[in-house]
Design a protein around this ligand. Structure first.
Ligand SMILES: [Zn+2]
Ligand SMILES: [Zn+2]
Length: 214
């Protein structure tokens, strides 16, 4: 597996380009902004964009999806639970103080029962509602990698005070899905530095019982 992760946009959302080293097919996770930079990185690495996956429909993660789809023809995948949030993209832009980006038609739903395949890579979809109703994480078991969106951060968890957020649901998702993964799992959060499941299990105050979210 080949992976390039870098922050995009004013909220520094971590965008990842993940590719099969042999077939050079790439999945782009959370292209929130800076599409020219994403396209340049793929060109330089000799990768062919095949699909776009969105962890949740906040503008900093989905804002560039329409432009990236127009430039590459790659289909966009999002969990159905976040479609209402995507319908409010203009409102999200206003809230953030940026011009509303173009909207893409969503081509594919993301469901726990339907892993994404890309060359020899398999991405399991973990439904992790809480930060938003349709938040998902993408887990690559063979590479021990988790793309966590805004569900889990190094030392913290996603906020639940925005429309559609639910703290109780978030904690349930963290305990029933993410803490079930092996300690060695490398976590690429939606913002900030990378971490591992083992480190968060031990030291994240929201997960080790030190802080209660409700
Ligand atoms: Zn978010
Ligand atoms: Zn975010």
């Amino acid at each position: 597996m080949l992976r390039i992760t870098f922050p995009v946009g004013p909220l520094a959302c971590n965008c990842s380009i993940v590719a099969d080293e042999t077939t050079r097919e790439a999945l782009i996770i959370d292209p929130g902004d800076e599409i020219d930079d994403i396209l340049r990185r793929m060109r330089e690495a000799g990768l062919s964009p095949r699909a776009i996956a969105i962890t949740h429909a906040h503008i900093d993660h989905i804002g560039g999806a329409a432009r990236l789809k127009a430039a590459t023809g790659a289909p966009v995948a999002l969990h159905a639970g976040d479609l209402p949030l995507y319908d409010q993209l203009d409102w999200q832009a206003e809230w953030l103080g940026v011009p509303p980006p173009p909207r893409a038609a969503i081509d594919q739903g993301l469901r726990e029962t339907e892993p994404l395949r890309l060359g020899g890579l398999q991405f399991e979809v973990l439904e992790t509602p809480g930060h938003t109703p349709g938040s998902i994480c993408l887990y690559v078991p063979a590479e021990a990698h988790l793309f966590a969106g805004d569900t889990l951060f190094a030392g913290s968890v996603g906020r639940t005070d925005l429309p559609g957020g639910d703290g109780r649901q978030l904690l349930h998702s963290l305990h029933s899905k993410l803490l079930e993964l092996p300690d060695a799992t490398q976590v690429i959060p939606g913002h900030g530095p990378e971490t591992s499941i083992g480190r968060e299990r031990k030291s994240n105050p929201f997960l080790n019982g030190k802080v209660r979210l409700i």
